[in-house]
Every structure is written in structure tokens, then in C-alpha cells.
Write a protein that binds this ligand. Structure first.
Ligand code: ATP
Ligand code: MG
Length: 203
């Protein structure tokens, strides 16, 4: 079994997330991709953010019609901070140690990886799949990797780079648009747009 795992705050989920999840599923031949919203993002602050139950509900709506994508409430249910390494270990306990885990991130997120808890452990538990994102050229990224630590060269071998259609969308941009009453309807799935409107999120 080859399982993609995509972490994030998904506040809210948008079509940029879904495009890279689906593209990774196709290019890396994954059986499924799990979207795992974090409960309490260790390094995110700001106002007008939605609680975990809203973020989970929007994700469920977003993947409803695609059997290849699913949502996991693993990190939301766990007490305390969300550490990816613990999530990957838990998934290995659930699916067996022989299951292949592929942690999917945008190019901006991979640059932070070595600042996460136990970066070497992360690369032991899973392979990384890095999707290009506008403004984060891959060659700069590859050059930067060996600088993280002495394991950088080895780390680079565990990272797959995939090219995905570039969508200049972020959750921050969507939250700002909602707050400023600018259009955002087609940047998220229809059902997510409805959910945000009905629940008055990010207002
Ligand atoms: P925020 O603006 O709140 O940081 P975000 O849009 O960056 O939100 P996150 O939940 O932080 O979304 O990101 C989850 C994952 O999705 C990260 O790996 C991030 O790199 C990736 N990602 C987010 N938006 C895009 C996009 N438009 N294209 C490619 N990858 C993306
Ligand atoms: Mg982000």
C-alpha cells in the first residue's frame, strides 16, 4: 500500500491543496492520499482562524466526491501540539510497517522541514513528495537541502519532486478576501464556499 499524507492547517482547504493531492496521487501512483489537518499549528498565529471542527468539516466536503482522497482527524484528536513525526509513526502502526508513506508538501513547506521535530526521523518514516509552488524555484531548493545538515545529501535522495499546475492561491489570501468581501467563490470547492458563507467564517 502506498499512502500519501498531506499535512496543513487547511484554513480553509482550497483548490491549490486539492490539485497537488490529486497530482501526487497520479504521478507517484498512490493508493490514496490522506489530508491531515493539524490541531494546533505550532508556528501559526493570526486572527479570524477557524476551529478544527470547521476545518475538518470543510475538508470532508472538499473530498466527498473523490474516492482517492480522504480526511484524517488523527492530529485533531491528539492532545497537544501537532508533530508530523508522531502522525507518520501512528499511520505506520495503523497500516503496518510495510506500508509506504509519502508526505506531500508544497515547495515552501519543505524548506522548513529541517526545523521540524526530528527531521531525520521524518525521512526514515516516509518519502517526501514536493510539489512546485509559484515563487519557489526547485533548483534553489535542491541547492539549499545539503546545507540543512550533514545528512542533507541523503535526505535529498528521499525527496521526490513533482511538477504540478501552478495555482497562486493560499488560505491566507482566501481569509483576506472573505474579510474584505472580495470574491473567492471559485478558489475553493463549491461546497466549501457554501460552508464558509453559512457559518460566517473569516468574516
Ligand atoms: P496559509 O496561507 O494559511 O499558510 P496555505 O494555503 O499555505 O495556508 P497550508 O494549510 O499552510 O495552506 O498548506 C498545506 C500544504 O499545502 C503545504 O504543504 C503547502 O505548501 C501546500 N500548498 C498550499 N497552497 C498551495 C498551492 N497553491 N500550491 C501548491 N501547494 C500548496
Ligand atoms: Mg502555508
Amino acid at each position: 500500500m502506498r499512502i500519501g499524507v498531506m499535512g496543513g492547517t487547511f484554513d480553509p482547504v482550497h483548490i491549490g491543496h486539492l490539485v497537488i493531492a490529486e497530482e501526487a496521487r497520479y504521478q507517484v501512483e498512490l493508493d490514496r492520499v490522506m489530508l491531515v489537518p493539524s490541531a494546533r499549528p505550532p508556528h501559526k498565529t493570526g486572527t479570524s482562524q477557524a476551529g478544527p471542527e470547521h476545518r475538518l468539516a470543510m475538508l470532508e466536503l472538499a473530498v466527498r466526491s473523490n474516492p482517492g482522497l480522504e480526511v484524517s482527524d488523527l492530529e485533531v484528536r491528539r492532545e497537544g501540539l501537532s508533530f508530523t513525526i508522531e502522525t507518520l509513526r501512528e499511520l505506520h502502526r495503523i497500516y503496518g510497517s510495510e506500508a509506504g508513506l509519502f508526505f506531500i508538501t508544497g515547495a515552501d513547506a519543505i524548506l522548513e522541514i529541517m526545523t521540524w521535530k526530528d527531521p531525520e526521523g521524518l525521512l526514515t518514516e516516509s518519502q517526501f513528495v514536493v510539489a512546485t509552488r509559484p515563487g519557489y524555484p526547485l533548483d534553489r531548493l535542491v541547492e539549499a537541502l545539503p546545507e540543512f545538515n550533514s545528512e542533507g545529501e541523503k535526505a535529498a535522495e528521499n525527496i521526490l519532486f513533482i511538477e504540478t499546475p501552478a495555482l497562486e492561491i493560499s488560505s491566507t489570501e482566501i481569509r483576506n478576501r472573505v474579510a474584505e468581501r472580495r470574491p473567492y467563490r471559485y478558489l475553493v470547492p463549491e461546497a466549501v464556499w457554501q460552508y464558509i458563507e453559512e457559518n460566517g467564517l473569516y468574516g
